[in-house]
Design a protein around this ligand. Structure first.
Ligand code: SF4
Length: 404
């Protein structure tokens, strides 16, 4: 890894000047906006077409962090019109948006650590860091190539980094509730290692992994079994007998709020049972505002459940997956990528979050009066939501709203 002192500082350029943004906003609106969805949203989110009643969640779709990242990517394309532009992975987890950026000539660096491609970059190249951020080693390597960096990392993600760095500086091991191979969690966990002291981390994905970790906190156990369980999800050199004495919990910004709270509660309880005090436990809730709002809005919608629910978004989107899981607990729910998944009233393709693959369901759209709930993850543009809504109405052979 290159040290910060060997890195060439990236040039600071304000991409979002009024002239650039005027054109950027026009392009972004033409690609992702839906006047129809906005009209529905502003009129309360409920509308009836024939015998189909549609209810939109009060909050859904693009969040502020995603909007900013897309604006910056479009602005970079405009300002650096003659230069190669690369993305460190997907800018957000939505294939339609990523395809659109590719069509604009923005290419993605490849490889698990992306170092092969990074080593071919030159100072003339522009590199966009996505909304999730990037690992410290990757960012330093890009800086060392002298590239122009356009950093779209969301401020809410950077708040988690701040917390994890603070834990590391204080000799506290970060327990991160998240998915260990998610870009954001990889970027966050790398911050635990980047402080002078080289802090440690372990990532727990769910309550089963939390309970395994809590059992070790309470009474120790088989060190090799622990390391086997968290292979690829803990820091290099992690020793559960040494590095679980002081722990601090943080989370990927897009986790399910109720599960994150339970993770915090169980770890707090295990440390307290072990030490007789909470002194060696810290916590900081890092669920972002946009994730929280979308989960709250869905809970509100589900308080009077529709007959079925469509959740629109990229299958690898963490926050969308949690919305789908929340809805599926209450009613038939289909997590779809776009309108193309709604093949006919007899057949829908949708993502099974438990199995981690797309599946199909037959006879999903009932005939007769039906109420349909719709929500979408923070990385889903409104035009895809409009397409899905219009496709439902087309399948039911009822006229939709006038499209402006
Ligand atoms: S989901 Fe939250 S953390 Fe992620 S980009 Fe949106 S606001 Fe930022």
């Amino acid at each position: 890894m290159l040290s910060m002192s060997t890195a060439v500082p990236t040039k600071r350029i304000n991409l979002r000047t009024p002239e650039v943004m005027e054109e950027v906003q026009a392009a972004v609106e033409s690609h992702y906006h839906s006047p129809m969805v906005e009209r529905l949203r502003s009129s309360g989110g409920v509308a009836t077409f024939g015998d189909v009643t549609v209810r939109l969640a009060k909050q859904f779709g693009f969040c502020y962090g995603v909007e900013r990242a897309i604006d910056l990517a479009y602005a970079a394309r405009k300002v650096f019109a003659d230069r190669n532009i690369f993305l460190v992975g997907e800018i957000i987890h939505n294939p339609d948006v990523n395809t659109q950026l590719a069509a604009m000539g923005i290419r993605t660096l490849s490889g698990p650590c992306k170092l092969a491609d990074i080593d071919k970059l030159s100072a003339e190249d522009v590199v966009i860091v996505p909304a999730f951020g990037a690992e410290v080693a990757v960012q330093e390597r890009i800086k060392a190539r002298g590239c122009q960096i356009v950093d779209t990392t969301c401020g809410d993600v950077m708040s988690v980094w701040k917390r994890v760095r603070q834990y590391a500086n204080d000799g506290v091991t970060s327990i991160i509730h998240g998915k260990s191979d998610h870009e954001e969690t990889r970027a966050t966990s790398s911050r635990a290692r980047s402080t002078g002291g080289g802090g440690h981390f372990v990532v727990v994905y769910d309550l089963e992994e939390t309970d395994f970790l809590c059992a070790y906190l309470r009474q120790g156990g088989d060190r090799a079994a622990f390391l086997d369980k968290f292979r690829g999800a803990c820091s290099e050199g992690f020793d559960p007998d040494l590095h679980l004495r002081k722990v601090g919990v943080a989370n990927q910004t897009t986790m399910l709020r109720s599960e994150t709270e339970e993770v915090q509660r169980r770890i707090r309880s295990a440390v307290t049972a072990r030490d007789g005090t909470e002194d060696n436990f810290r916590v900081f809730d890092t669920i972002c505002g946009a994730t929280q709002e979308r989960q709250d809005a869905l809970l509100d919608l589900l308080s009077e459940p529709p007959d079925l629910m469509l959740v629109v978004g990229g299958y690898n989107s963490s926050n969308t997956t949690h919305l789908a899981d929340m809805a599926r607990e209450k009613l038939p729910t289909y997590f779809v990528l776009n309108a193309g998944c709604l093949e006919s009233p007899q057949l829908i393709r949708h993502f099974d979050t438990g199995a981690g693959r797309e599946t199909t369901t037959g006879d999903w759209l009932p005939s007769g009066p039906v109420s349909l709930g719709i929500t979408a993850g923070a990385s889903c543009p409104s035009n895809l939501i409009e397409d899905v809504l219009l496709r439902v109405l087309e399948l039911r052979k009822v006229a939709g709203p006038a499209v402006v």
